[in-house]
Design a protein around this ligand. Sequence first.
Ligand code: ADP
Ligand code: MG
Length: 827
Amino acid sequence: MSINAEPLRKILELEHKKGYLDSAVIGGLDRFLHKWTGQAIESITNRQLLQSFHKLHLVDANYASLTKEQRKQWAHSVLALLAELELMPQEKGKAKLPQESVTPPKIRRAPAAGRPSLAARQQATESLDSPITAVRGISSNLVAKFNRLGVKTVRDLLYFFPHRHLDYSQRKFISQLVEGEEQTIIAHVWQAHEIMLGGRRSTEAIVGDETGNVRVVWFNNPYLVKTLRTNTRVVISGRVSLYKGRHVFESPEWELAEDKELVHTGRLVPVYPLTQGLRSRQVRQIMKRTVDQWAWQLDDFLPEELKQRCHLLDLPQAISQAHYPEDEALKVKARVRLAFDELILLQLGVLSQKRDWQESQPGNPIGVDTRLLAVFLNSLPFELTMAQHRVIEELLADLQKSRPMSRLLQGEVGSGKTVVAMAALLVAAANGYQGAFMAPTEILAEQHFTSVCHLLSRAGKQETEEDYLRSYSGLSSRPLTVALLIGDIKGVKKQKLQQYILNGDIDIVIGTHALIQKGVEFCRLGLVVVDEQHRFGVTQRSALRQKGFNPHVLVMTATPIPRTLALTLYGDLDLSVIDQLPPGRQAVKTKWLKPMQRESAHAFIRRQVASGRQAFIVCPFVEESETIQAKAAVAEYERLSREVFPDLRLGLLHGRMPSVEKDRAMRRFRAGELDILVSTPVVEVGIDVPNATVMLVESADRFGLSQLHQFRGRVGRGQEQSYCLLLAENPSDIARQRLDIIEQIRDGFQLAEEDLKLRGPGEFFGTRQSGLPDLRMAKLSDVALLELARSEAIRLFEKDPTLDKPEHHLLAKELARVWQKGTAEWS
Ligand code: ADP
Ligand code: MG
């Protein structure tokens, strides 16, 4: 096997660039040499090669003590020797390590005259994008296990970060050991033997240093006896406990104190996510090897000048420190650099998307027919809030521009976003454009259809009424047509609707994802409204943009996001906020109940019903498919009807019901013909029944904060005091925290902040589904970093929007790589 000289070459080249200050590697070059040489030697099987290698005297170079001039000469001679070494003929079949035989054959360099070109060198060695078998010690049977953790290539492995680190850096003498703390000792083995502990074969050892002896046991592991021969030096890290008045280490981490760097003990030791068949010691070892062997080969894609301005670590260092930090401070710096990378790449991608979209095709300026708008607004049964007025103005201003609107509308649950969106859709329709309104669920689409039709029938005169199609006259020069298009509508009806949409006979289409499926073509789609954004990803949004000609897009969300974060994650969207609730809304009283209080919750519902109110009951949460959820809902509905509320009128709502039935249940509940609506979590979004005053959520511990807030938002819409009752069988610590928070905090923004703290942005936004690149290192507490990444991204974008400058070449490549992984939209 040949040596891989690339890491060393890179470091030396960097040293050269930095003026031989011994600053290319953290911890100094000598230390790196020590480490690298050890590994390189292991991989050389050719004796001649080995001899030449020893001539380099890398281990005892003592670089730190040389003058700059001496360093320069030394570096040059090493580079020259490395080049020679790489040209030496290879010997086959002498693989020293057993693993070698199971790894697939590797590409070998063809013998060439002179120093091989850079391209040839790269082709010859494995790259960071090679499968993980390129790492020594990863056999093909480990591949599947790593794949299960999402790790396929060497690069993935470098980015496979530990959850956390154990602090085993506190070295103690045996006489100094105290109970209960993580401590490390270095000691000699006096004696180790097998014993039975709790019926299991185990190892017991007595180890000592110059200050005393201590007993160590490893449960259920008799094999250590062989390794721990008398007089070997071991490093032991773990907690000490007291047994019969004496200190003992119980199953601590251990490793032999050889010359090698420590991996499991005596330092900050990484704790990796595992999967069946992967053991932590093994993963640590593999990761150490990967980092030492490969991290140096990562191209640092951030421009030097930016890194200096922001005081960021170099990428290879950040990666290696994220895994095996030298100390706490470097661990933090590593995380900062890696989180910054995620955020700036996210931001750059989002900015480019916005540019592509707004500049590739002109939009359609929509004139504003204020007469129609006035008729509509005057016909509403309520006065708009100031915030609603303001947002309508913002939307109308956008619609009139030839740059397509791209706006995010945030508004607390119940703040009245629908009516604002309707105003914009009407304006589009009055000016000859079609509008599409997309809801996250069919039930909600149906509800929107019903309420939109209701509002329009107050403003104009209803002309036709079909199941899925209504038209109204008196609103503009011609009748205005509204249609509902959902998955349920099939066959001829569907074809007819699609034909109407294509002909331009329908002005406003309300629907779900079905709207962006193939087959639905618009005639002149001018405005798209997407309700409850967190269910819609970037990719879905972009599919809409391709319908017709570059429509204006309004995305609405009731999950408020702190502004900086919104700007980063939805940087392609402008922001409007409805920060005011309609007058008269009451705060919903929220209570987290113990399981034994379920009966009193039911009694409470009964009392509310007796005084003319209604209630929602959200079924026990089953995580599986919608079909299974539906089954559970049916069972719960039957149980409640039979055993708990036999005298009350119960209705059932779940996603698998045919839409006529759903519609009927909703209609009856809204009309007050049902007292209690038993439902799957589909009620979470949007449903609006002002007379409902109780929301009882079963398995409340299984929902996130924003979901719970959504449930709670279903009540408190009328004048009556409303209640949200949360039942949790067996909440975990984090679920308890959530329940405490939701009990205390009413404000959606504040809740979102708390939610982010508990979950981290990746999970919070479901970035995986939304097509955005992963955020693994970035956290909400990084507000300053978010702002930094954003301002740096904007600065870059202004200077070099297409990242064509040579110094941005690597960055452009990384951007394409990261985004292409996340979404098909980016190319
Ligand atoms: P959300 O923002 O959660 O989507 P909706 O648009 O569903 O809220 O509105 C919630 C309820 O408030 C609806 O019944 C709607 O008709 C009503 N509403 C909207 N605006 C006002 C207002 N300005 N005054 C009173 N009620 C309003
Ligand atoms: Mg809504």
